[in-house]
Design a protein. Structure first.
Lengths: 235, 235
């Protein structure tokens, strides 16, 4: 599974362990999004507390993975594909930690809104659908990282446009809703920020997928179009 | 100015050049925020086009600095303080690029709002004040990076709470404003997202300051309180 062939089995094992821990962090972060959105929809505030407690774990994993990357660089002096893999990990965990932050924000806002607000129920459905897409993007980007899967990466980049469209749709609906009934303005603004948080999660998943393409192809595709990315990976 | 003493003058020069280019990127990004907010307040759409054009330069600088960091790691096999400096650059340029993205978003939203909306003038004043603080934080975090200034870093972390308070104040005012006159809802939502973008810029400046503390002290302070940071840097 390593991009570069090298003789040190110990080094291989270290890289493999690093990769496994990134996936573990990613799994936890994915769970955080689900719990936070579930807290919003069901009004189960115990879930909010779980998300807050887990956020410390996410932060700790970021710090510890960053340390591991620096240690491996200092000790192993990696080059080429190995170095790209480690730099990908350094970038990926920053995005994962920020997804974790967004999940924690959603949990905090869920508390403020409360499920008692029946008027907001139709909005919750939209939020759940949008977060379903963002979560799928995250899972797919982590799979792409694990399996060096370029076509999954390109799919995530494309899906991000979908999340952005959903976001704009929710904003438009909320504006109509607020105009029709100004009493809903406060709660609508909270929903708006939750939608924004999910849109950001989509962006972070897209970033991770772009790092994976860099890791595998050695080509930085962060600021190029989806079409160029698809041309790049078909080479 | 180097944290570690080493014999290679060439290596020193490379690190110095790297540092200078980060500061140059930071200067450009700071300018982008100013132009974007100026575009909003004055309704000068030519400024929006400048921001959009410069955003490509910001992106290009990120990609090229990332490449340089990988090249230096592969060739020079840095350790200790030098490696921390390079990892700090890798993280810092990601935050700078994202500040650039937020500036570009502000410029795009400025176009949508248009200065013709006189009702929004008082909000522009608040946005300008808030962006003044965020820009100062960015400048201070870059100065801290250049001069390895820990107390400036701690100041930035503290100032971020100030930006967050300003943000919450603007949100409250916008909600009141929308309730009093629902015709302002659409434009208020745009202003809300602009305020959110500036709040994010403050977060990124705070991140950079925390990396500087890591670079100098070797201690990761990303997820600790301001008080702990102040204790840490006084050691």
């Amino acid at each position: 599974m390593s991009i570069n062939e090298h003789t040190s089995k110990q080094f291989d094992a270290e890289l493999e362990a690093l990769r496994a821990r990134v996936l573990q962090m990613g799994g936890l972060v994915e769970e955080q999004i689900k719990l936070a959105v579930e807290a919003l929809v069901t009004g189960d505030f115990d879930l909010c507390s779980s998300v807050e407690a887990n956020d410390h774990r996410v932060n700790g994993m970021e710090v510890s993975l960053d340390e591991d990357c620096s240690t491996i660089i200092a000790r192993r002096q990696p080059a080429a594909g190995d170095l790209r893999m480690i730099m990908t990990v350094v970038k990926t965990i920053t995005d994962l930690e920020r997804i974790g932050d967004e999940a924690a924000k959603i949990a905090r806002m869920a508390k403020l809104i409360g499920a008692s607000d029946r008027l907001m129920q139709p909005r919750f459905t939209e939020i759940r659908r949008m977060s379903g897409i963002a979560t799928e993007m995250l899972r797919k980007s982590l799979d792409a990282f694990a399996r060096l899967d370029l076509s999954a990466s390109a799919e995530v980049v494309r899906q991000d446009q979908h999340v952005d469209d959903e976001f704009r749709g929710i904003v438009r609906q909320l504006i109509t809703f607020m105009m029709e009934d100004p009493r809903t303005i406060s709660a609508s603004i909270e929903i708006l920020f939750i939608a924004k948080a999910i849109e950001r999660i989509g962006d972070h998943a897209k970033n991770i997928s772009e790092y994976v393409i860099y890791m595998v192809k050695g080509k930085d595709v962060r600021h190029v179009s989806v079409e160029e990315i698809e041309r790049e990976i078909s080479n």
